[in-house]
Design a binder for this molecule. Structure first.
Ligand SMILES: *[C@@H]1O[C@H](CO)[C@@H](O)[C@H](O)[C@H]1NC(C)=O
Ligand SMILES: *[C@@H]1O[C@H](CO)[C@@H](O)[C@H](O)[C@H]1NC(C)=O
Length: 353
């Protein structure tokens, strides 16, 4: 009868000079312990999965970056400073939102009102909640569009940020033309009673065609209203449409001719878009993503196969241990420990090659 408990078996294992009587039971237990560890290790590669497994050399170029309202983490959104920062950070395109003033000047404003991103409360205290489109361009020029940013961000260019004003579409297009960047924007229809309520699209096209230096082919035209008219007035615009798709559709479905994902600001999501062959992403953090040289979890097929080859390494380990348990005493224990080192080494090599 064997009177050893588990912990004593382990003691025998690690202090081999001590005489252990219960040889056969002990061997069975060691083997059992070892086998269960091995089978756990054996299953590890099965659990490894990468959403980006590519044949070597088949990964496409990184998606182009489109600065979402500029580079809104570095400068107040939708200001010239924000777009300059986006260009400096490596953006290939600039995204914005366009509203038309009471006197027909298209300008950049995301919200319906001016409250969040200007000092309208100080300058026009009784019009804080008025639609931005109900201000004239002269009034809009009086506003500061950068000071608010200083309280929500620790930007290092405070002096430049607090001098920003509301940006006109014309100034935005000039910047894009000068820097040779593409532009894409949402266009808001003015509220009822606004003089440009029914001609907001024509007025915007006029600025693109006749009041700025941008070439129409640099403009990705997103608004869905009156598309036929738009195409007629300016056939050189790039017509694009926006829709919401689940991410799985992108990974599994047929690829559209060009896909833009928004808003992508985290490296892991950017990596996923890259692996899926997305052409561009609209991002709050172009400064973060433009520095990435490859997707975070890229595995070329050969590497993936190597992880699975680990199984064979472990099968060998099992064989080796079996033979070593045949001999008793200090020598067998020594060979067991040496073997563990060997195994670790093999595993490291496989992962680092
Ligand atoms: C806001 O106040 C000014 C005077 O301070 C007044 O002339 C103007 O009509 C007011 N506007 C509105 C929308 O109430
Ligand atoms: C741009 O100007 C030309 C020439 O004056 C005019 O014919 C055209 O309609 C204008 N474009 C728009 C969109 O108004």
């Amino acid at each position: 009868m064997c009177k050893y408990q588990h912990f004593q078996v382990l003691k025998c294992l690690f202090k081999p000079q001590q005489h252990c009587v219960c040889a056969s039971g002990r061997r069975g237990l060691i083997l059992g312990l070892y086998l269960s560890t091995l089978s756990a290790l054996y299953l590890v590669p099965l659990g490894l999965y990468s959403p980006c497994i590519k044949e070597d050399g088949t990964l496409g170029p990184a998606p182009a970056l489109i600065g979402h309202r500029g580079a809104p983490m570095l400068a107040p959104e939708n200001t010239l400073m924000a777009f300059e920062k986006a260009v400096e950070a490596g953006s290939g395109g600039l995204e914005t939102d366009v509203t038309i003033s009471l006197d027909g000047v298209p300008f950049l404003m995301h919200d319906q009102t001016l409250r969040r991103t200007t000092n309208v409360q100080q300058v026009f205290p009784n019009r804080t909640d008025s639609p931005a489109a109900m201000f004239t361009w002269t009034e809009l020029e009086e506003l500061n569009a950068g000071a608010w940013f200083l309280s929500v961000s620790t930007t290092y260019d405070r002096l430049q940020a607090e001098k920003q004003t509301v940006c006109s579409l014309q100034a935005f297009l000039h910047l894009a033309a000068r820097r040779d960047k593409q532009v894409i924007f949402d266009l808001y229809r003015p509220p009822r009673g606004h003089p440009y309520r029914d001609t907001w699209i024509q007025r915007t096209l006029e600025v693109i065609q006749n009041e700025s230096s941008i070439h129409s082919s640099q403009v990705l035209w997103l608004p869905s209203e009156l598309r036929a008219l738009v195409q007629d007035l300016d056939p050189e615009l790039q017509q694009v449409s926006g829709s919401r798709l689940p991410l799985e559709e992108l990974q599994n479905g047929p690829a559209p001719s060009s896909t833009n994902l928004y808003v992508v600001s985290q490296p892991w999501l950017f990596s996923l878009a890259w692996c899926c062959g997305v052409q561009s992403v609209t991002s709050n953090a172009p400064q973060l993503l433009s520095g990435m040289s490859s997707p975070l979890f890229l595995m070329v097929t050969a590497e993936y196969a190597q992880v699975h080859a680990l199984k064979y390494t472990q099968v060998h380990a099992l064989k080796y241990t079996r033979s070593s348990t045949r001999t008793q005493g200090p020598r067998s224990s020594t060979s067991y420990q040496v073997h563990v080192l060997k195994e670790t080494k093999v595993v490291n090599q496989v992962f680092s090659s």
